[in-house]
Design a protein. Structure first.
Lengths: 676, 128
């Protein structure tokens, strides 16, 4: 067996166990620890240790071993948990995560980190409760503790006589005995019996029970070395480890009567049922397999629309059955597509669940009291997006904690509760998901932002709207934090946040009221694989605009068209002026309409800016399957992706933010030409 | 030995279950079922006919030792051979397994050869 085949599933499971461990640690109340929770943490450490041992991940095994020891004492109430100890456990979890990651990359984990955490773990309990350290035993499997208690603690000298033992089993038996005590001497007597003289605290019955894994009771005789009468074992008062014997049942205090056992097992089974139900209803599938299905379904949809077009050209009266079938096919294909897309969806809990830890750590560092509230954890989002949303969201949460929420004393003097509230929420709205980070802190300071913007050389007027003022914090190098702290406020970040969100096809909005708090809202499409598209024709080519960015379409009247000094034509719509951008010009098309008046204007929003696009014709609205252009062809400026239309032709999906920037860039040289 | 005998591998850690299953397969035992803890295992054992149990020790709901005790206390199951998997060769564990009526134990991590040896020993003793 090639053990490395199992690496990846071990890493995934270890990740899950560590996440679970962190969650339990955060929930754990040191003053009144829930024993089931401590047990769960213990088992997670234990499982990882077992796996690490199997795969030879020594540092991981040693670290989990130390952690497991402490957890074992904790669950047996020998170690009293404190906040500090839980912090140490959380730190250990971090180190374990790094170790797992290192092994995943086929590297050896940092030895310094390993040693540091080991020192830390070995110190647990030793400073304030020396008695506990002494009592910290090596880890034991649960019920083993009971067994230990039954053993007499004093060491006895025993003579173990082994008869008619096969050659190959002698070593095994001696090994077993060595596990049970100290072997003082062995010799073979005149009858060929192997005689072992050993010092042990284990009772003869127990020794017999263990040796009976290998040999039969009648091959064994154990007697004490003392003057007491020899104890002849084969009589077997207590039990016989051979299960084929009817008396093979263990007899002792800890053995439940069959009836009691049955009862206990029934309740246990009930509990377990719940757990199994959740597990057996899910399977682990590599993402690329899912993506392949999504792709194939996309192709199917395209084939279906091509067939549909062909069928539509046929007479409905003559080919009624065909049309009927085509309708059913269309419906089924859409349902299939939706069902397949939902496979990639993950609940936002996947993202939100990492914040309790972050908030706890940051609140500690900043001396702030923070209550974290999460809303809409079950809201689903495409897996690709959930992974990419984590970093921007982390940044926003840090910002809120660092700059937003005030220190408890300040809050009290402002008449707010001492503890600030940070709310993470997610909800669906149309084809989008809205993710919000809200705090009830100080809010953004308009004056400070404007002053800073000016100091940074941005040209801003005093009378811009609040929304526009807030957007300024997304400018590169922008930070109004009074002191650059360890956590945030270095001025890098908000622009990165914005870029990340935009690269996911979304945008960021800020709502803030001074003194009352700030809400940052991230708006993302639910999935990147399908797009609600509006198809337009320009110069004989079909382009797709994301419907979510289209606001309205209008006809242009001469009296509403204005040209200002920059040369950019502006369209006046209900008292507001919007720049006019010609797709034909930006895309460098020949044959498109050049006259603004004859074109149709489509008002769109790209990267928070509204402007008017000129198109020749509106074709229709349809769902399109997004095909990456870069991986199939190359990056084209102004184009985010491509799709295949019902007739099999390729249409480009426009990147409305980039189109606007291209238009600005294009202006100047053209203008120069006009002037010359 | 009849390679068609039906095994139940009990471990809460799916990777370990798969490893044990693969090791068994390497030894020619392809008829292997899995349970994720003692309670799950007991339910399976009572619902279907198994001929051999390989069980981990530490598990949620019902640990391996408790499961073993319940197997031995159940008239329908008490003859079932059980091989316990332990994380360490500690005397407390081994004794507890023996007292509870295990047919053998194997210490993690183990190889196919070790497992084969342990199984052979158990089959040999059962055949007596």
């Amino acid at each position: 067996m090639d053990i490395s085949e199992f690496y990846s599933s071990f890493f995934e499971e270890a990740d899950e166990l560590l996440t679970e461990m962190e969650r339990s640690l955060l929930d754990l109340d040191p003053a009144n620890p829930d024993s089931e929770q401590v047990n769960a943490i213990f088992r997670a450490a234990h499982s990882i240790k077992g796996g690490a041992g199997t795969f030879g991940f020594n540092l991981l095994q040693q670290t989990t071993h130390l952690l497991e020891n402490l957890l074992d004492s904790a669950r047996r109430h020998e170690l009293v948990l404190t906040h500090e100890i839980i912090d140490t456990f959380l730190k250990t979890k971090d180190v374990l995560t790094e170790q797992v990651d290192a092994y995943r990359r086929s590297e050896t984990p940092e030895h310094d980190d390993f040693e540091a955490i080991c020192r830390l773990l070995k110190g647990v309990g030793s400073e304030d409760a020396p008695a506990v350290t002494a009592a910290t035993p090596p880890p034991q499997e649960p019920a083993a503790a009971q067994a230990v208690e039954q053993l007499s603690t004093s060491e006895n000298r025993l003579i173990v006589e082994l008869m008619r033992v096969a050659e190959g089993e002698i070593d095994t038996l001696v090994d077993e005995l060595r596990n049970l005590g100290e072997i003082i001497a062995t010799h073979t007597d005149e009858q060929g019996h192997l005689v072992v003289d050993m010092a042990t605290s284990v009772s003869p019955d127990d020794i017999e029970a263990v040796l009976c894994f290998v040999i039969d009771p009648d091959q064994l005789r154990i007697r004490a070395l003392s003057a007491e009468p020899a104890r002849d074992i084969p009589g077997l008062e207590l039990f016989d480890a051979s299960p084929s014997s009817a008396e093979g049942l263990p007899v002792g205090e800890e053995t439940p009567s069959p009836a009691a056992a049955k009862k206990a097992s029934v309740t246990a089974i009930k509990k377990a049922k719940k757990a199994t139900e959740t597990e057996s209803t899910s399977i682990r599938v590599p993402v690329d397999k899912v993506d392949q299905i999504i792709n194939l379904v996309g192709e199917l949809i395209i084939t279906q629309s091509m067939l549909n077009e062909t069928a539509n050209s046929l007479d409905r009266g003559v080919h009624g059955a065909l049309h009927h079938g085509m309708n059913a096919l269309q419906r089924n294909a859409r349902d299939l597509q939706e069902a397949v897309m939902s496979i990639r969806m993950l609940p936002m809990d996947y993202v939100f669940s990492r914040f309790p830890r972050l908030v706890r750590d940051l609140a500690g560092k900043l001396d702030k009291e923070i209550e974290l509230v999460t809303v809409g954890e079950s809201t689903e989002l495409d897996k690709g997006l959930t992974e990419r949303i984590i970093d921007p969201l982390t940044h926003l949460v840090r910002n809120s904690l660092d700059h937003g929420i005030e220190k408890p004393d300040v809050r009290e003097s402002l008449g707010k509760p001492r503890a600030g509230t940070l709310t993470l929420s997610a909800r669906h709205q149309g084809g989008n998901i809205l993710i919000e980070v809200s705090d009830d802190g100080g809010g953004l300071n308009r004056q400070k932002i404007l002053a800073k913007a000016k100091a940074n050389g941005l040209s801003v007027s005093e009378d811009i709207s609040d929304e526009e003022a807030w957007q300024l914090i997304f400018a590169p190098g922008f930070s109004t934090a009074e002191a650059v702290s360890d956590l945030s406020g270095r001025g890098v970040g908000m622009d990165v946040v914005k870029r990340n969100i935009q690269s996911m096809g979304g945008h960021v909005e800020i709502l803030s009221r001074e003194g009352a708090g700030t809400t940052t809202r991230i708006v993302l499409p639910l999935t990147l694989a399908i797009l609600d598209g509006m198809s337009v024709k320009v110069g004989g080519h079909v382009y797709i605009l994301p419907v979510s960015s289209v606001i309205e379409s209008l006809q242009i009247r001469q009296e509403n068209l204005h040209t200002v000094s920059g040369g950019i034509p502006l369209l006046k719509v209900r008292g507001e002026y919007f720049p006019v951008v010609s797709i034909a010009r930006v895309m460098g098309l020949a044959g498109g309409r050049d006259d603004i008046i004859g074109s149709i204007a489509v008002m769109v929003e790209g990267e928070g800016r509204r402007y008017v696009l000129l198109v020749d014709e509106l074709v229709g609205q349809q769902q399109v399957v997004v095909k990456n252009l870069e991986s199939n062809y190359r990056k084209i400026p102004g184009v985010s992706a491509a799709t295949i239309l019902g007739d099999g032709s390729v249409a480009l999906i426009l990147d409305l933010g980039e189109i606007y920037r291209l238009n600005l860039g294009e202006r100047k040289p053209r203008l120069a030409k006009v002037n010359s | 030995m009849d390679k068609g005998i039906k095994f139940l591998v009990v471990d809460d850690f799916p990777t370990m279950r798969r490893i044990v299953r693969t090791l068994l397969k390497e030894l020619g035992y392809a008829n292997v079922d899995e349970a994720e803890d003692g309670a799950d295992a007991l339910a399976k054992l009572r619902g279907d006919a198994y001929e051999f149990v390989v069980s981990d020790w530490n598990m949620p709901n019902l640990d391996g030792l408790e499961m073993l005790k319940q197997i031995r206390a159940d008239d329908a199951l008490k003859h079932l051979p059980v091989l316990m998997v332990t994380a360490e060769a500690k005397k407390e564990n081994i004794i507890a397994a023996a007292q509870a009526g295990a047919n053998g134990y194997v210490v993690k991590p183990f190889t196919a050869a070790t497992l084969e040896e342990k199984l052979a020993k158990i089959f040999e003793k059962l055949a007596k």
